[in-house]
Design a protein around this ligand. Structure first.
Ligand SMILES: *[C@@H]1O[C@H](CO)[C@@H](O)[C@H](O)[C@H]1NC(C)=O
Ligand SMILES: *[C@@H]1O[C@H](CO)[C@@H](O)[C@H](O)[C@H]1NC(C)=O
Length: 431
């Protein structure tokens, strides 16, 4: 409660400051660089006061990888009191969104496109969420701009409190909407793909303007500003960026035999499956993709792909081969040939940066792909700690996974501050 009171008081203060700055913004409509810049946009900068208990950390030292600051962050992140005070409860969102204008201002959502270049290149996001509303809201806040489109899929099994908090947040933004059909997601099962397919269909329907599609889950976080994302996508010349490699023999059981969902779990049935339609070569990848609009159009309309989708519905972990396979089908916009010379690993694609436990190690080791996780592991995947940030930002990837405000709020806090600062600096250079 004390936390909520403090946030509410703070919210009032920021609204006052924010309104003053908006007044200045409106009274200086011409976007020319001038010394009032700092005053005009500084209300969009995240300050220490925006954070919870994380504000004691020195983010610039953490981003430089300074030992002392990283160690301090690590000690804090194992303190129960610290974690509790950093948490934003679901009720906060339900309450705070009752006045959307105040919510957007106090949480410092961008309310205008930061550049013409970004405005001319809208993006479409599919976001699949099942719990931890705070992670979702901070992710949304980090990628939110008024010209993009955001389709949110909340798992059908989610707690009612999650659904109402997400609905409350969504209700504040005309370009953020709930998927028209939600499904109950099963680990490694078809519904995970269906959730994205439903958002894809809604997004295509929603607007003819967006150029690229990116799918996310609640535990992703961006490593780049919207302008950087737009520039990287434009530089791809219509291409797509996702993991797509030859399928290892040891994984072929996943689609050589029928799998069925029984009581919310996926089960192997001894029954053999027919080969894929049109003898399409099945490639290996992951669930997260960065693809152009034409790719999504093909997913929804191309007869070969519609047959592939039907065929894939009773396989194991179709999310880890479907997008990768479509990326190698001739005629799909931005696709490449199935030959292994076009294979792209997760490290070489820009869609998602993930640290798998078994690939961690020291530099110079032939087995290691990246340095050791500085946070903790969940199902062999690193949940990033503050000590991972310096390395994360050296990579070209647009997004990284996993982040969790419940177990390491400092990593998210420093990253969101860094990105906002960078976005405002870019804005300053343009004018
Ligand atoms: C934070 O770290 C930076 C970089 O080491 C340092 O220059 C700065 O003085 C520190 N700030 C505080 C408040 O300790
Ligand atoms: C939500 O706001 C109302 C008034 O706006 C207040 O009475 C109530 O205590 C708040 N709830 C929480 C959980 O803060």
């Amino acid at each position: 409660m004390r936390l909520l009171k403090r946030r509410q008081l703070f919210l009032k203060l920021t609204v006052i400051v924010g309104s003053l700055s908006i007044f200045f913004l409106l009274s200086h409509p011409k976007a020319v660089w001038d010394p009032t810049y700092v005053f005009r946009y500084s209300w969009l900068e995240y300050t220490d006061a925006d954070g919870g208990s994380e504000r004691v950390c020195n983010c610039s030292a953490i981003l430089r990888g300074e030992r002392e600051a990283v160690d301090q962050a690590k000690i804090l992140s194992i303190s129960k009191d610290f974690l509790k005070n950093a948490l934003i409860p679901d009720e906060y969102y339900i309450n705070a969104t009752q006045d959307c204008r105040v919510f957007k201002q106090s949480r410092k959502y961008l309310t205008f496109p930061l550049s013409q270049e970004e405005e001319d290149f809208p993006l479409a996001y599919s976001m699949v969420v099942h719990h931890k509303v705070q992670n979702f809201e901070r992710l949304l806040r980090a990628i939110y701009t008024p010209q993009n489109y955001y389709c949110i899929h909340v798992d059908k099994k989610s707690d009612a409190s999650v659904l109402s908090a997400v609905n409350a947040i969504i209700s504040c933004f005309p370009n953020v909407f709930m998927v028209s059909k939600s499904v109950s997601v099963v680990y490694a099962g078809w519904p995970r793909v269906q959730a994205d397919l439903n958002c894809m269909a809604d997004l295509i329907e929603m607007s003819t303007k967006w150029k690229y599609f990116i799918n996310l889950c609640g535990q992703d976080f961006p490593l780049k500003t919207n302008l950087e994302i737009v520039r990287m996508l434009r530089s791809m010349g219509g291409g797509n960026s996702l993991e797509s490699e030859q399928m290892a023999e040891g994984k072929k059981w996943r689609f050589s035999h029928v799998h069925k969902i029984v009581d919310g779990n996926i089960k192997w049935s001894g029954e053999a499956k027919t080969p894929p339609p049109f003898n399409l070569p099945i490639l290996s990848g992951n669930a997260y993709i960065v693809v152009n609009r034409g790719y999504i159009h093909s997913v929804l309309k191309d007869k070969r792909i519609l047959a592939l989708i039907e065929w894939a519905k009773d396989t194991y972990s179709p999310d880890e081969f479907l997008w990768a396979t479509i990326q190698r089908i001739p005629g799909v916009p931005g696709s490449t040939w199935p030959n292994e010379k076009y294979d792209t690993s997760d490290i070489n694609a820009i869609a998602r940066l993930v640290k798998w436990q078994w690939h961690e190690g020291s530099e110079g080791s032939l087995q290691a792909v990246y340095p050791k996780c500085q946070g903790n592991h969940v199902r062999s995947i690193c949940v990033y700690g503050a000590g991972d940030l310096q390395w994360l930002l050296l990579n070209r990837h647009l997004f990284a996974n996993k982040f969790d405000a419940d177990t390491d709020p400092i990593a998210i806090y420093c990253l969101e501050k860094y990105l906002r600062q960078k976005a405002l600096a870019e804005l300053r250079y343009q004018h």
